[in-house]
Design a binder for this molecule. Structure first.
Ligand code: ATP
Length: 307
């Protein structure tokens, strides 16, 4: 990442209605992520402390990233992402510097959500033998940065609001109200410096306990695989633009027990491609195309991933 580079900033807006099922998870994420950033005054009125950081865990392809995007869209906050792959790329230079730059950027574009994807690959458990070189330094940089951010509640006196100094002055891209991409300059005022760190993992057992100390990650939400009702809703979402013929979503729900949301999305895409393969001028997808697609899109879930 170069200062001001846009590789860590994501702008695709997502609505809560784009997500099938997961009603109680959506509510938990609204409470932990959307409301503190969008309605800090309501938390203040009720004497509630907003979370410092939130961890989503659960099997891959089951919507963790998409849920956070939806929260970012709903509260019009900047959404920045960082993954282990970006961090340990041989092209980025010093990993600790990259982490600090991303946090600087998040502060400069606040209110913002900084999404640490596959956080276990960014920082795993420390080994009993001590230092792990770069990973050890990455963990300590991350912990320091996390200690300096959070959702600010304006208590009217100004006394409780920490002023974060030393930010770079990047231009960044913000998810806007009207789904347009707009450029925003660094905010020089201190009135809204809220940065909420949201991390995701499929392997919570691999995380260093220091991440879970008070003031760091203090809300944990399990994002499970889709049940029957959720699969029906997900299939409805991904077939809503299609003309279906002799196609029973209920039957498909029964046939997709170990499918993730991502698998169901692929299944619908594959069924549409099967229809086009037969007839490039058609706008109809038949049940038979879904049956064909089931043969080429297998489920990703295995019992060990959801136990
Ligand atoms: P990973 O752990 O592999 O990063 P993830 O849990 O973050 O995966 P996403 O990246 O959010 O999963 O989802 C992958 C794709 O599947 C996205 O395109 C997403 O929209 C779709 N998807 C997953 N679950 C659902 C769902 N419940 N409703 C609608 N789409 C879904």
């Amino acid at each position: 990442l170069q200062k001001g580079a846009e590789g860590v900033v994501d702008v695709r807006p997502v609505s809560w209605d784009d997500i099938g099922g997961l009603d109680s998870v959506k509510l938990q994420i609204k409470q932990a992520v959307e409301w503190p950033l969008k309605h800090p005054e309501a938390f203040q009125r009720m004497g509630l402390s907003p979370p410092c950081g939130v961890l989503l865990y659960g099997p891959p392809g089951c919507c963790k990233t998409t849920l956070v995007r939806a929260a970012a869209t709903a509260c019009h906050s900047t959404f920045l992402t960082l993954s282990g792959a970006q961090l340990y790329s041989p092209f980025v230079g010093e990993s600790e510097r990259l982490i600090s730059e991303v946090f600087q950027k998040a502060r400069a574009c606040a209110p913002s959500i900084l999404f640490l994807d596959e956080i276990d690959s960014i920082v795993g458990k420390r080994s009993a033998s001590g230092s792990r070189g770069v990973q050890e330094r990455v963990l300590s940089t991350l912990l320091n940065e996390m200690d300096g951010v959070g959702v600010r509640l304006d208590e009217g006196t100004g006394g409780s609001q920490r002023v974060l100094e030393g930010s770079a002055a990047p231009t960044c891209i913000q998810v806007s109200e009207h789904t347009k991409v707009k450029k925003v300059r660094e905010k020089t005022s201190v009135e809204n410096k809220s940065v909420l760190v949201v991390a995701a993992t499929n392997r919570p057992d691999l995380l260093d306990e220091a991440l879970m100390r008070p003031g760091r990650i203090d809300r944990i939400v399990y994002v499970g695989h889709p049940d029957q009702q959720a699969r029906h809703q997900i299939l409805s979402i991904y077939t809503q633009g299609l003309k279906l013929h002799e196609c029973s979503l209920d039957e498909l729900v029964g046939q997709t027990d170990m499918y993730t949301g991502a698998d169901l999305q692929s299944l619908c895409r594959e069924a549409a491609l099967c229809a086009l393969t037969e007839d490039l001028s058609t706008s109809v997808v038949a049940g038979a195309h879904f049956q064909q697609a089931l043969g080429t899109v297998p489920p990703s879930l295995t019992p060990d991933l959801i136990s």
